[in-house]
Design a protein around this ligand. Structure first.
Ligand SMILES: [Zn+2]
Length: 411
């Protein structure tokens, strides 16, 4: 059944030597311009945003649902008679507009918060989590999930293994403006994800993005990656702009324009940072209610100096320019090995702090992740913390579990 085709305008466009033939026809009833990439792959365009219908022998996958000026599910059903499942590359509003017509949605678990914040596409779909590396076979058409966080925490790309296509969501685009400001965005993760995609670029010939040019050649990836690294390093002069009431910078990197807010970078604490680090630690302890009237600075300085030197204390910092806006700390201690921790090595988490102006941007989570990885590398079998109420949510989301109450004997 293809009522959409009747009365539609048809034209063909050959987008270059390596591009497939694309047929355009405007679907007047459902407000989409629908293009065919091949016999089993369609692009549905809705102004500046597009989404994809990918069919195998047994079922079809609708990758995103646009802004929903039209009816995404109905449009998909006009193109295939196979059962249609929904998957989201991520949950920004321009990708989930037609989700409400589905009862289930495949997405990365890390995207759930973003999805809920955007009203779950106006529906009540059950989230079926997918994970990095997982392969979904549509029937002689295996599709591999590639987790590419940064644009949003649970952004995914989809590798069409046999056809050598890569559906990149908003992560790889060309000739477009990539939104990297505001909550949920993390430009350092974005750069790491571009690196990940570049490493696997021998597996695909064409990239299909949700905005900008269609299709995109893999050669844009190193260009976008290099540009992103320059933006992070502060080497691209941006144009100030205001968007949705927020001051942002538009950074032209050639292939795209990155729209960025505060750029947060991460590095390990060094001895040169100690004065600032200690002041922040004391402010935090006071905020948590410490009333004792003596100077803790010399004792802290002595501790950090000794343990930075012998490697039994490590800290990652978050910075906005040169300003430290987030801290973390992990001390390594050794107990007689026990069955739950045969190495006897335990990481004690401390100094988790984010400047209030920078909260809800995923900074604490990123810092936590970095010190947890340090503990893993040190050979720790467990990490312990006595968490403040504010931290509990973060630690629980990360996978920490309550292990009774800590007890202490004071000497
Ligand atoms: Zn988008």
């Amino acid at each position: 059944m293809s009522p959409a085709r009747e009365g539609g305008e048809q034209r063909s466009a050959n987008q270059g030597e390596t591009s497939p033939l694309i047929l355009f026809f405007k679907d007047k009833t459902m407000e989409y311009e629908i293009s065919k990439i091949d016999e089993q792959t369609w692009v549905l365009s809705e102004g500046f945003v597009r989404f994809f219908l990918i069919a195998g022998k047994n079922e079809a996958l609708l990758l995103d649902t646009g802004m929903n000026v039209g009816k995404a599910l109905e449009a998909a059903k006009s193109l295939t008679s196979l059962p249609v499942r929904l998957m989201n590359t991520h949950a920004d509003p321009d990708h989930i507009g037609g989700n409400k017509d589905f009862s289930e949605v495949l997405m990365h678990a890390a995207e759930e918060e973003n999805y809920i914040q955007h009203g779950s596409g106006g529906g009540k779909n059950k989230i079926l989590p997918v994970s990095d590396g997982e392969v979904i076979d549509l029937g002689e058409r295996p599709m591999q999930i590639v987790w590419i966080p940064g644009h949003t925490p649970g952004s995914i790309g989809l590798l069409d293994i046999k056809r050598r296509y890569f559906f990149s969501g908003d992560t790889v685009q060309q000739g477009s403006e990539i939104y990297m400001f505001g909550p949920q965005r993390n430009i350092t993760q974005f750069a790491a994800s571009l690196e990940k995609i570049e490493k696997m670029s021998d597996k695909f010939d064409l990239i299909f993005a949700c905005h900008g040019q269609l299709p995109v050649k893999p050669s844009v990836i190193p260009e976008l990656l290099a540009g992103t690294k320059k933006v992070i390093a502060g080497e691209v002069e941006g144009q100030a702009r205001e968007m949705f009431g927020t001051k942002i910078m538009a950074c032209d990197v050639g292939c795209d324009v990155l729209l960025v807010g505060d750029i947060i970078t991460y590095r390990r604490l060094t001895e040169a940072d100690l004065d600032t680090f200690i002041q922040m630690r004391i402010t935090q302890l006071r905020e948590e209610g410490a009333k004792e009237n003596f100077d803790l600075v010399p004792a802290l300085k002595d501790y950090y100096k000794r343990h930075l030197l012998d490697g039994t204390f490590v800290s990652w910092l978050a910075l906005d320019g040169n300003k430290i806006i987030g801290t973390s700390g992990m001390s390594f201690v050794e107990k007689p090995p026990y069955f739950g921790c045969p190495s006897g090595r335990i990481g004690l988490l401390s100094s988790m702090f984010t400047n209030p102006d920078y909260r809800r941007k995923g900074i604490a989570k990123e810092l936590l992740h970095r010190v947890v990885e340090e503990a893993r590398a040190y050979g720790c079998g467990a990490i312990q913390i006595t968490a403040s109420d504010m931290g509990v949510k973060l630690y629980t989301a990360y996978g920490f579990v309550h292990n009774g109450n800590f007890m202490q004997y004071k000497l």
